[in-house]
Design a protein around this ligand. Sequence first.
Ligand code: HEC
Ligand code: HEC
Length: 445
Amino acid sequence: MKHSRLFSTSSRSVLLGLAVLIGGLLTGGAAQAQLLPIEQLGKSIFFDQDLSINRNQSCASCHDPAWGFTGPIESINAAGSVYEGSIPGRFGNRKPPSSAYASRSPILFFIDEKDNNENKTEILFIGGNFWDGRATGEKLGNPAADQAQGPFLNPVEQALPDNACVVHRVCTASYPTNYQDVFGPDDCDIVWPQDIETVCATPGTTVALSEEDRGSVDTAYNSIALAIGRYEDSTEVTAFSSKYDAYLRGEVKLTKQERQGLALFRGKGRCDNCHILDEGPGGEPPLLTDNTYDNLGVPRNPDNPWYTSSFNPDGADWVDAGLGGFLNTRPEYAEFAAENYGKQRVPTLRNVAASPVPGADKAFAHNGYFKSLETIVHFYNTRDLKPACPDPLTPEAAALQADCWPAPEVEDNVNTEELGNLHMTDAQEKAIVAFLATLSDGYTP
Ligand code: HEC
Ligand code: HEC
């Protein structure tokens, strides 16, 4: 049922309060305000390749602004869709979602929602970052800040062995705005060991520090994550400057096809059940996500290099458990794990069409199974209409050719109420795609 998924007004205001608290300028305007010092610091950190073990990878390597803050390597997008870390040959297991707008997700919480169709209550998890919600926001008060502490130390990403390595490199960097300019000199007043460069270039090591200096490192590491979160929340990243925003402000008209797509997005396509289109109660621009979790029945991506990674103990049997996998790691949530098995976070659709060259290879959904907006929309429309491909490991191009869809990666909890057979024509699918293209930031009339 339309909007049955929407969280209550009270939880909505929690979300909005939070967004204001973390410094979100809830501006509807497209104006590119100058960055605050803390945002500028976060930006320098976001783009600094020195903050990886081989000094060859930054956050932007997997979250490139020109690509809507997602992965820019076409050969990867066209195949396995997961990115290699600083250490060659080490791949992650999921496609990078956009890092823009992620700071507007609330701290993970849940509500009881009445399902009137089935006359039962359902527990609905809302918020957090990552496809599975494990960056909850509980630590630093914002999921995007919690998230930012992960990649630097993740052995399949930037792979630094110790958070002290990140702090050392940030404290000794010369950025336009330095750490000390924003947070003062004390946190960086640390006695670093002579061999710190060698230690930080060696996986699995720890930097030797006094207890007091270790405390300063942990404080600085939190501040670094908060600065990144503030940059991600700034008007440069979470910009609300798309054609659709200009349309909402009455500054521009949509084309006939875009208008048709918008109507289908709300109507027959039911897209805005989850990718919310409406402005917030105070006129806040829409995020195009309700930050809930769902299993769309996306097939496995047979090209995912994780299946053969030495970091993956399950080999080819690995299944992406999504939110359920994370809930299972938390005793207070474990009872809800089974009903959330295979559910992934609803991503924002802002910038989903952004790429520097028209027609460039992109990838969509948590495992990048889909290679174009056309095909993911076609999947929503026809998932339950077409026969199952005989081989569950059929890649997208072959499935389209054989006019079938492979079995879902996770059979449990597949949403059959809101998608699967939408009775849309080819022209209607195309209109939705045309509308999605109005969601890219940086629009000028
Ligand atoms: C090697 C590629 C890679 C690098 C480097 C990387 N990321 Fe990511 N990022 C990913 C992937 C993959 C995910 C999704 C992982 C998951 O859900 O388990 C992700 C998720 C995110 C998200 C969550 C978005 C959402 O809506 O849930 C944010 C925000 C983010 N990254 C920001 C950063 C920042 C900040 C850095 C640098 C400190 C960074 N990333 C470095 C690949 C990367
Ligand atoms: C029931 C909630 C729901 C509905 C309805 C829904 N979506 Fe989604 N959407 C999701 C979830 C959840 C994902 C991530 C799924 C995954 O990765 O397994 C997603 C992913 C996407 C993506 C990929 C984005 C990315 O960054 O990879 C696109 C594009 C998209 N949806 C467009 C649409 C369109 C267009 C419609 C309407 C035809 C629609 N969605 C309807 C929940 C929904």
